[in-house]
Every structure is written in C-alpha cells, then in structure tokens.
Ligand binder design. Structure first.
Ligand SMILES: Nc1nc2c(c(=O)[nH]1)N[C@H]1C(S)=C(S)[C@@H](COP(=O)(O)O)O[C@H]1N2
Ligand SMILES: [Mo]
Length: 412
C-alpha cells in the first residue's frame, strides 16, 4: 500500500490550528488547570430517556439533504453529507436515499419473497425462513448511477458541496444471505441466464440481473451496520449487488424470477441506459467505474492558512482501489495519497495526504486507479467519449477551487 510523506510534526499546531476554542474551556492558560465546566459538576442525563441513541445535538447540521421532484413530491433523493463524515462507514441515519415512490412501511411478518420462473422448485420465503440460512457480512459502497450530475455544465453550481456533487453515495456493512444459497434451494434450471428482481413499493421497481452476478457475490441483505435495514434502505429485505449501479439493488425485495433473457423493464429501457454519441442507447452498463472525491477540504468550506489534511474517498465497482493521487496545482503535478486500511473490493477507501496551504489560489483534484489498472478519466476525456447526452455513470476527476481567501467551490 502506498503511503504519503511523513507528517512534519513541529509545524502542526502553528498557523492554521487554534489551541483553545471559545466557551467554558477557553479560560484556561497552558500550564494552569482547565476550568471545571458545568457538565462536570452534575450527573449527566439518564440513558433511559432515549433507549435508541441519536447524535449529539451539537451535530444537528450533519443531515441528509433532500431533493424533491416538483412533479411527484414523494419521489425523493436524499444525499449523504460526505463532507462531514470520517472513515468509510455511512451511519444508517445518513445513508443516501433514492425512492421512486416513497418509502413503504412493510410488515416483516407479512412480507414474502417468491422465487420462481426457470427453477426446479418455486418457493415462497418468510423473513424467518431467510434468517435461518447461513449469513454473510460484507462492506460495500452503494452509488446511484445518476450521482455527480456533471455531464452538462449548465446546471452545475459553483456553491455545491461534496454532498451535492457526490452524495448519492454511501457505504455500509451489509449482512444477509448469499443469493447463490437461496438459488441452490430452489434449483436453477439449465438455460437460465438472467433473473428479474422486483420491489414491493408502489413503484414495483424491477430490474434484470445476469445470473452470473447473482451466483457470484449477490446478497439478500436484511441488516445494515449491525442493525436491521432502515425502512429507507429496503426493510426488511433488499438485493445487494456489489459494485453495480444503485438502481439494480432492489429494495423491499419480494420477487425473483429466473429466465433465459432480460425482461426489458421500464428502468432498463426508458431509464438507466447510456445514450451514445451516435444516438444509440447502451443497456446494462451495470458496473460503477473507478471514482474519487476529496471531501476535505471541499465545496462550501473556508480554509485557514497552515496545516490541512487533504482527505477523501475512492471506490470502484471493479475491485479494490490500488492508488489515489492528489494534485494541488490543477493537475500539473500529482502526489500519492496514503490509503487507509481496510482497502476492500467494491468498498469506499479513505485516502489522506498531509498538506500546508500557504494562502494561494489553487485547484485541488484527486485521481483514483483500481486494481484492474483503470484510471479515473479527466472530464474532457469522459465527455469527449460519451457525448453530451449521457445521463449516468459520470466518474471524471473532480476539482475544487480554493480561492486566496480560503473559500472552496466547484471548479470546472
Ligand atoms: N424497490 C425499489 N428499489 C430501489 C429503488 C426504488 O425506488 N424502489 N431505488 C433504486 C435506486 S435508483 C437506487 S440509487 C438505490 C438507492 O438505495 P438507497 O435508497 O438504500 O440508498 O435503490 C434502488 N432500489
Ligand atoms: Mo439511482
């Protein structure tokens, strides 16, 4: 694994960092005992008041940001506040949400999964049935194919934060049953090559998935970061297809049908296809390609001169991240960032690079390479190849502009 240069410790607290903040603790002078704040003088609150905990009220600004459709108010997207998160895990209350018909309230006791079509024994499973299967837990990112709407420059706002530009992206430890184990139970008929997965929401969202993927690493997930799925993530059961575009990860999963060809559903004909420069549409471009974004510093932040750790996230649906390079001069030169372990297949990888900002205007960029050798393209190369009518799978190198006054904004 590559490591960045060692941290110059002596200069760490000079210039940019402030030793004491404002408030009760600020009264102390170095060497003298700290003042005793009010929260040390009294018993704290009882945990019984809130048997299910929530973040400190001081963190109330760290929330998802909704984007509603004017036409269908329930068709909601909520972006993860990537700029406020640490490490690689997205807390469940901050996982991005993309619902085509709102979040249904599914009763797990009544919910059923039917597996039928080209199988030896069609079966209906209850949640209890599925919980009796051997379980697996894996860390994987989930990204909406429509994340980072940068194909056409017109709609892009310089004031966007990382939440706006890349927030249809989250990462969790998913626990569930291997789809391969469930398919072994029903018995796959010879000639079956695809499956149809259908959700129990009002959109009844349906996608065709190659059987090869289903047998490889697909999970029927019922838990997320240690607890049962959140309703917004598909409670009580969702399909989890590591590295595949978000849309194929069917939530509130109620039906799997095996067949010998894809079904050509709405979501794979009118939507989620890639319009090519020659006017033809490419279907079934499932895999999310190598991508990265610097989350600190990022859009909307104001930098102070001095030490600043550049930190961000890199991911690829084709495997592990092998390398992340960072440029602080608009792409003229690049330095390797350190990759924080664990570095996992189809999972977010945290990268870091120690840096000193001297107060000059500049452009920050990150460029990821995955284990297949695929390198994140420049915007010019990507748009040049895909044309300006593309809608999904934007994975170009992202740039943040740092102004001389420290304000960070989107650079194009
Ligand atoms: N049943 C159903 N599954 C669904 C959706 C939906 O609206 N209904 N949205 C899809 C889309 S477009 C994405 S990007 C992911 C989002 O998953 P999340 O809301 O858990 O982040 O779920 C997919 N699965
Ligand atoms: Mo999506």
């Amino acid at each position: 694994m590559r490591r960045g240069p060692a941290l110059p410790r002596r200069t760490l607290l000079q210039g940019g960092l402030t030793l004491a903040g404002t408030g009760a603790a600020a009264a102390a002078t170095p060497g003298a005992p700290l003042a005793i704040p009010e929260w040390t003088r009294e018993q704290g609150a009882s945990v019984l008041a809130a048997p299910y905990g929530s973040p400190s009220p001081h963190e109330r600004g760290v929330v998802r940001r909704p984007r509603r459709s004017a036409v269908f108010p329930q068709t909601l997207s909520c972006n993860t506040p990537l700029q406020h998160l640490h490490g690689i895990i997205t807390p469940n209350g901050l996982h991005f949400i993309r619902d085509h018909a709102g979040t249904p309230d599914v009763d797990p006791a009544q919910h059923r999964l039917v597996v039928h079509g080209m199988v030896a024994r069609p079966l209906i499973f209850t949640m209890d049935d599925l919980l009796r299967f051997p379980s697996v837990s894996r860390l994987h990112f989930l990204e909406c194919a429509g994340n980072t709407p940068f194909w056409r420059t017109g709609a892009i706002k310089a004031t966007w934060t990382a939440q706006d530009t890349h927030g249809l992206l989250s990462c969790a430890e998913w626990t569930g049953v291997r789809l391969a184990d469930v398919l072994a139970e029903v018995g796959v008929q010879p000639g079956a090559a695809w499956l149809l997965a259908e959700g129990a929401d009002a959109a009844a969202l349906t996608r065709s998935v190659p059987l090869e993927k289903a047998l490889d690493d697909a999970i029927l997930a019922y838990a997320q970061n240690g607890e049962r799925l959140r309703p917004e993530q598909g409670y009580p059961l969702r399909l989890l297809l590591p590295g595949y575009e978000g849309n194929t990860n069917i939530k509130w999963l109620r039906r799997i049908k095996l067949g010998d060809a894809p079904w050509e559903t709405r979501e794979e004909t009118s939507r989620y296809t890639e319009l090519q420069p020659d006017g033809r549409a490419r279907q079934f471009g499932f895999v999310m390609e190598v991508k990265s974004v610097i989350t600190h510093p990022s859009g909307g932040e104001a930098l102070g001169a001095g030490y600043c750790e550049i930190s961000g996230l890199a991911w690829s649906g084709r495997g592990r991240i092998r390398r992340v390079e960072v440029s602080t001069d608009g792409g003229a030169t690049w330095r390797d960032a350190a990759l924080q372990a664990p570095v996992l297949d189809s999972c977010l990888t945290r990268f870091r690079l120690p840096w000193h900002w001297q107060g000059e205007a500049l452009v920050l960029q990150s460029r990821a390479t995955d284990e297949t050798g695929a390198v994140q393209p420049t915007r010019a190369a990507l748009v040049g190849k895909q044309g300006e009518h593309a809608e999904y799978h934007y994975n170009a190198i992202h740039a943040w502009r740092v102004a001389a006054d420290g304000q960070v904004s989107v650079a194009l």
